[in-house]
Design a protein around this ligand. Structure first.
Ligand code: ADP
Ligand code: ZN
Length: 752
């Protein structure tokens, strides 16, 4: 009897962050639901919708009497495909996240309730046989009804009721016709289609498709990748191709080959803004068998796209990191474009890296995973050199377009000659002027938002800081519109007239951001059409796509922006890229600072000269000799990798070891430090037996206070990631109160 009751137990993931999987009993009169089915289960005094993750978990350590029965089975078949369920379990475990919150994060919207149909439908009116007769005869129906029947007679599949109404067929007329059996009204499911809303760029001249010939280099790369895909086994290839080498073209051709072999394609891009352009390129080949998945879609769109994928109605899914969990059946190819991009990492729990989950999914599905980049992450290049990944290289731009020539401007000389307020160097100004005269476009990068980055007191040297966070406030706007804002918690205040610390009226703005660069360019060239692209300027839905489309259409001469302008976009008319300060980020206490700087400079410089005209890049810096700047200017990836790896080896940082960052939050500084110290002590006791594990800290986190809470940090380094994670979880389990206030980040991208 005991055995029988436990075999009716299932493990369920519920949408509550801190909870692990829970055991429930299936009532005797119900079938056992399969993994992936939705069930309504009691949780405390509530009822929640969960997902069965294991239909046969074996013995449980919960006493049978304590196991509650499932209230309702919502699905007889898996709602979430079993392989996606398995992928979320892997993700939750690897990233030390809750199983429930992880699975909830991959469910489509509107899937939590009961079976209530979340599909959108519309009414379609069609004519019947007797309606045809009535339409042909005279005087059977009123003239108005006659008119409607005539319209419907020409549309055997029917006409949607809104369109019919627009052409004079009022709901009333239709109801009368339906009562007489002259028309029928049916409900038809419509998919909310994000493609309609997106402003799509015109297809690139020459188009992809079979018409265009691959370059010799592209053809060689294609043959190698195609052979890997044809092996139908798990493979990872790093496609290391300089900017403009035609990687996208290869993705599309590979996708076609994989589709022809009967399997689907997952195409991941780092930014929502890149999905419309990439999806429309795929649509040229795959027509409507392309779906989009990203968090910028409305709930309805996301739901419908998800269902189309789940029902096997698409061959290609284009999306951002969360699309790695798309319910696509047996993908044969998974592409991670711009694989180095930090956007693949989710900076909230579950803190997964979409690129790494993509590799796990590829292993699960027996698929080819292609990681594409002009500036591969240190991790991926390390793995490629170690032989874990195949390495496929594109060294040249298509049609032998040259890489941009890069000039470095030493800003210390500019300050010496022009004073400390110089924003644009003489060289950059001259170059922008030339582009304006020639009616060519310029991109100007500054990876810092706002007008001024700090307000500083000349008397006491204090700064105006955020009351909730340990950062200074950033000034946005000019004149009456001026506000001081915190970029972390969104605190906002008027810019004070006197120093809040010493009351002296000698406040000065220092540092500058994108708004100031726009102001400088507009002052120098009042007639130029200048626009700004950063998180502030594109808050409204659709604003980003609109701005990019205007730039592509030539309605903007100079586009100033943060790293958002560096990503993947193909703007053929840009012949100049200016980098206002290459040093933003280099001063940060983050072991990836040099890598980020190298990637950003190489990528943004690569936006120049992608069309017929060659391009120039101008890099302003106060560290003209820093290796990441020097090597980015020479587009010398291998040189950078070697130099950076030496640093990572010496300091024992990834990719030579694994890293877990933990941040403990508390209302007081001492509380945060003491709690972190306690966990570290427990961890050290466990680590005594383990070789090669190092624990750094506790120490105040570089961002020591955030949203009113103090933060203490410690890092665990070592080569056995599983051991590290399990030891850390064991140490935290001894202090559940601290565990709730601790963020654990496995493979962190940033340790700030
Ligand atoms: P990447 O992704 O490597 O930076 P893209 O795939 O965006 O490069 O290609 C750069 C440009 O070259 C695009 O405008 C693309 O349409 C074009 N292109 C790609 N392959 C070819 C080819 N074989 N012949 C002509 N143009 C090409
Ligand atoms: Zn703040």
């Amino acid at each position: 009897l005991c055995g029988r009751s436990s075999s009716r137990n299932v493990l369920v993931a519920v949408p509550v962050p801190a909870l692990d999987l829970l055991t429930y009993r299936v009532p005797d009169d119900s079938p056992i639901p399969p993994a992936g089915a939705r069930v309504v289960v009691p949780l405390g005094s509530r009822a929640v919708t969960g997902i069965v993750v294991d239909a046969d978990p074996g013995a449980s350590d919960v006493a049978d009497a304590d196991i509650k029965p499932i209230r309702q089975l919502l699905d007889r078949h898996a709602f979430l495909p079993p392989d996606v369920v398995a992928l979320t379990r892997w993700t939750a475990e690897y990233y030390a996240a809750g199983a429930g919150e992880t699975i909830t994060a991959v469910l489509p919207p509107k899937s939590r309730g009961d079976r209530a149909d979340a599909h959108k439908t519309r009414r379609v009116v069609a004519i019947t046989a007797s309606g045809m007769e009535a339409a042909a005869a005279a005087g059977v129906v009123t003239p108005k009804q006659q008119e409607v029947l005539a319209m419907l007679a020409g549309a055997p599949d029917g006409i949607a009721s809104p369109q019919l109404a627009a052409r004079g067929g009022s709901p009333d007329t239709i109801a009368r016709l339906a009562r007489q059996g002259l028309v029928v009204v049916r409900r038809e499911r419509v998919d909310r289609d994000p493609f309609d809303a997106a402003s799509l760029p015109a297809p690139s001249p020459g188009g992809p498709g079979p018409a265009r010939r691959l370059t010799t280099e592209q053809a060689g790369a294609f043959d190698r990748l195609h052979a890997l895909a044809a092996s139908k086994s798990f493979q990872v290839a790093l496609l290391h191709g300089v900017t403009g080498s035609g990687k996208t073209e290869l993705y599309i051709r590979l996708s076609r080959a994989v589709r022809d072999a009967g399997r689907g394609v997952l195409m991941l891009v780092p930014e929502i803004a890149l999905t419309p352009a990439v999806a429309s390129l795929f649509r040229e080949t795959f027509a409507d068998r392309v779906a989009i998945q990203h968090s910028g879609l409305s709930d309805g769109e996301r739901h419908d796209q998800w269902q189309r994928i789940r029902e096997g109605r698409v061959e290609v899914v284009v999306g951002t990191r969360s699309a790695v969990f798309a319910p696509l059946d047996r993908p044969g190819l998974i592409v991670v474009d711009e694989e180095h991009d930090a956007s693949y990492k989710q900076e909230e729990s579950p803190r997964y890296n979409g690129r790494d989950v993509a590799i796990v999914r590829g292993r699960q599905a027996g698929a080819l995973v292609v990681l594409g980049s002009a500036t591969p992450s240190m991790e991926s290049y390390y793995n490629a050199l170690a032989g874990k990944y195949h390495r496929v290289v594109l060294e040249r731009r298509v049609l032998d377009r040259p890489l941009p020539s890069v000039t470095v401007v030493d800003m210390r000389e500019e300050y010496a000659d022009g004073g400390p307020d110089v924003v644009l160097s003489r060289a950059l100004k001259a170059a922008i002027g030339v582009r304006l005269d020639r009616r060519e476009q310029s991109l100007v990068l500054l990876n810092r938002r706002g007008f001024a980055t700090a307000v500083f007191c000349r008397q006491c040297a204090g700064t105006v800081d955020c009351p909730n966070c340990s950062v200074s406030l950033v000034v946005h706007g000019e004149g009456a519109a001026r506000r001081a804002r915190c970029h972390y918690c969104n605190f906002s205040a008027r810019v004070p007239a006197a120093c809040p610390l010493c009351a002296a009226p000698y406040l000065e703005q220092t540092g500058f951001g994108t708004e100031r660069v726009v102001a400088e360019i507009e002052r120098a060239w009042p007639a130029a059409r200048v626009a700004r692209l950063d998180r502030d300027s594109v808050r409204r839905k659709g604003a980003l796509a609109g701005l990019l489309a205007r730039f592509r259409d030539g309605e903007i001469d100079v586009l100033v922006g943060t790293q958002m302008i560096a990503k993947g976009h193909d703007f053929p008319r840009v012949t100049l890229v200016g980098i206002v300060s290459a040093d933003v980020g280099l001063g940060m206490a983050d072991f990836r600072a040099s890598e980020r700087t190298f990637q950003l400079l190489t990528q943004v410089a690569g936006r120049a000269g992608r069309g017929e005209q060659p391009g120039d890049a101008i890099v302003q810096t106060i560290y003209p000799n820093h290796y990441s700047i020097q090597l980015a200017c020479r587009q010398d990836y291998a040189g950078f990798y070697e130099r950076e790896l030496r640093f990572r080896k010496a300091m024992r940082y990834p990719p030579v070891v694994s890293l877990i960052n933990s941040v403990v939050r508390s209302r007081t500084f001492a509380g945060a430090m003491d709690d972190a110290a306690d966990i570290v002590q427990r961890l050290r006791r466990l680590a005594e037996a383990a070789a090669g594990v190092a624990i750094l800290g506790p120490a105040p986190a570089p961002l020591g206070k955030l949203r009113g809470e103090y933060r203490a940090q410690f890092l665990v380094k070592g080569t056995n990631r599983r051991w590290m994670r399990e030891a850390l979880m064991a140490a935290l389990a001894g202090r559940p109160d601290v565990q709730r206030r601790t963020v654990v980040d496995v493979d962190p991208l940033s340790v700030l």
